[in-house]
Design a protein around this ligand. Structure first.
Ligand code: ASP
Length: 597
């Protein structure tokens, strides 16, 4: 009797990735898609593929003339069932796990015919992304894409497994709700039964999970869809998946420890990767040293403050920054003193891009003999250059790149530059992992135009107790209040964000007021939350992980679209379903909606 695999069904005993030499002699049935047929006259070989692998089927013209004739008519992507015996191959293919065997068929059954696919169903496809999205069901047949979805499933399973061991409950929350504030626009769903009224799709289940804590469900998680109607910048999707979590009777430390352990357990289980305990870096340190709240720390290249080292140079570019309370700072590109003028000019062009907005860079090379060469030689004497090099810890062979601007712009540009230089010069191992927490974010930031306070994360974040007290005593302005709020950063991507929540009505009310909400607005938008807090809210905290981005990083993919089964394109269209699409007039009438275009 052949062994029965778990994936065995009436139409197959094994998958196309399963058979090995140890199966030789067994009668089997495989079902799958025709990857290729190779006709050598006397023989035809069929490569039969399913998501598990490819198995070769060998047919002889002389002994199996009927099967041979059928096989000659097979096209790419025809769906076929093959019954036959497993035989050791003469020409083994060590590159294929099933490459030691082939199937000698006794029967072939054509299950489905197929049109010629519009692109190659192979890892190295000739299909461009738009075409692949239009025919996503064919795209996912490519092993690379199938493996990414398998990985995604494994990551989710590992998350669930860990959370289950820690006593979390998986609880679903509704998708048709009321607006939730994560700072984006809502997707609205019209109500037919209450014309003129709309549900909002959740930007996240934030408020619902907090209400679950009020309800006593002390450890909650959910793998859920979030919907945010944002402009399409970079790698965004209007709907994406979060692992959303919340815990009661905890402090920040409990969350940091628990999810440190979860992340490490997922990496271990899915990737066989041992991560060290996650370091914690303050927001302030991140901004000062790396110019970003999500720096990639697979490499160093910290930003060095040079304000002291460049006092009194008489060099207008530096003096002006110093006089206006700005910053002169540099990064030390280790080992890059040999970069040509053309290469450093390209770096200057890089920081001049409108979103970085620097006017230029000063370069300082520490030559192999320890001498200095700078693009600002005219203004900076040897002692000064030495001083700058010392402040950046530059050694012979290093290149120091120096910027001068207002503090925020200088850090932002150098933060982007450090990544650009590291990428261009290959200064880190792309397979390495850097995963850490950023803590102590500010609670508020000010809108550049209106000056209005805005929540850095969302309005439910608990302030640091001592900062809140200091603020209330009039000792610090609201911008200086730190939040009990944390992010997790993975290879330069924000992968998780969370906070200790406000569970007291008085503090929550005050925060809403600071955010400029009137009493009516508070009541209308969040009345139900404040009401719930009046009935005994436990201290609680939580977080949410961006599943798509995490899987993207583990898959080594370039975009979150590559790890989603059916993503929208970069303009927010589903090219396969052709959505969004107009709806007919009758449907609109039923919803009491008039379209004014
Ligand atoms: N709801 C937050 C978000 O979607 C995460 C959290 O604070 O738990 O970013």
């Amino acid at each position: 009797m052949p062994d029965r695999s778990v994936t065995a069904t009436t139409l197959r005993t094994h998958t196309c990735g399963e058979l090995r030499l140890s199966h030789a002699g067994q009668s089997v049935a495989l079902s799958g898609w025709v990857q290729t047929t190779r006709d050598f006259g006397k023989f035809i070989f069929i490569d039969l593929r399913d998501r598990h692998g490819i198995t070769q089927v060998a047919i002889r013209q002389d002994t199996q003339p009927e099967l041979y004739e059928l096989a000659r008519k097979l096209g790419r992507e025809f769906v076929l069932q093959v019954q036959g015996a497993v035989r050791e191959r003469e020409n083994k293919n060590p590159k294929n796990p099933t490459g030691d065997i082939e199937i000698v068929p006794t029967a072939l059954e054509l299950l489905s015919r197929a049109e010629v696919p519009p692109f190659l169903i192979e890892d190295e496809t000739d299909g461009q992304e738009e075409l692949r999205l239009q025919y996503r069901y064919l795209d996912i047949r490519r092993p690379l894409m199938a493996e990414r979805l398998v990985l995604r499933s494994k990551v989710v399973k590992a998350m669930r497994r860990y959370l289950d061991t820690q006593g979390f409950l998986e609880i679903e929350t509704p998708v048709l709700i009321k607006a939730t504030p994560e700072g984006a626009r809502d997707f609205l769903v019209p109500s037919r039964l209450q014309p003129g009224n709309f549900y909002a799709l959740p930007q996240s289940p934030q408020i619902l999970k907090q209400l679950l804590m009020v309800a006593g469900m002390d450890r909650y998680y959910q793998i859920c869809k979030c919907f945010r109607d944002e402009d399409f910048r970079g790698d965004r999707q209007p709907e994406f998946t979060q692992l959303d979590c919340e815990m009661s009777f905890v402090e920040q430390e409990d969350i940091l420890r628990n999810f440190d352990a979860m992340v490490r357990s997922v990496f271990r289980e899915v990737g066989g990767i041992e991560l060290p305990q996650l370091p914690r870096i303050s927001y302030q340190e991140c901004m000062e040293k790396y110019g970003s709240d999500k720096p990639d720390l697979r490499f160093g290249l910290p930003i060095c403050d040079l304000n002291e080292a460049v006092q009194g140079t008489g060099f207008a570019v530096f003096d002006q920054a110093l006089e206006t309370g700005g910053l002169v700072a540099g990064i030390c590109a280790i080992g890059l003193a040999g970069w040509s003028r053309k290469q450093t000019d390209a770096l200057i062009e890089y920081v001049k891009q409108p979103h970085l907005g620097l006017k230029g860079l000063v370069t300082l090379r520490v030559e192999a003999d320890g001498s200095y060469k700078s693009s600002a030689d005219k203004f900076l004497d040897a002692d000064r250059l030495k001083e700058i090099a010392r402040a950046c810890d530059a050694q012979p062979g290093d290149l120091v790149l120096i910027a001068a601007a207002d503090k925020a712009a200088c850090r932002r540009a150098l933060g982007a530059l450090r990544k650009h230089v590291a990428d261009t010069a290959g200064l880190y191992d792309p397979k390495a992992w850097s995963v850490f927490y950023v803590i102590d974010f500010p609670l508020f930031e000010r809108d550049a135009e209106t000056g209005q306070l805005m929540a850095v994360h969302h309005p439910f974040v608990m302030p640091h107790a001592e900062d809140w007290a200091a603020y209330q005593a009039g000792q610090i302005p609201p911008e200086n209040i730190r939040a009990l709020c944390y992010d997790m950063v993975m290879n330069g991507n924000e992968i998780m964000s969370g906070s200790v929540r406000i569970h007291r009505e008085d503090i929550q009310n005050r925060i809403f007021q600071l955010l400029g909400l009137s009493a009516e607005e508070i009541e209308q938008k969040f009345g139900f939350l404040l009401k719930a807090f009046r009935y005994g809210a436990p201290p609680h905290a939580g977080c949410a992980f961006g599943l798509d981005r995490w899987v993207m990083l583990m898959a080594g993919a370039e975009s979150i679209r590559e790890v989603m089964a059916f993503p929208k394109n970069s303009a927010g269209r589903d090219l396969m379903l052709d959505a969004p699409a107009p709806v007919d007039a009758a449907q609109l009438r039923e919803l009491a909606i008039g379209v004014t275009l």
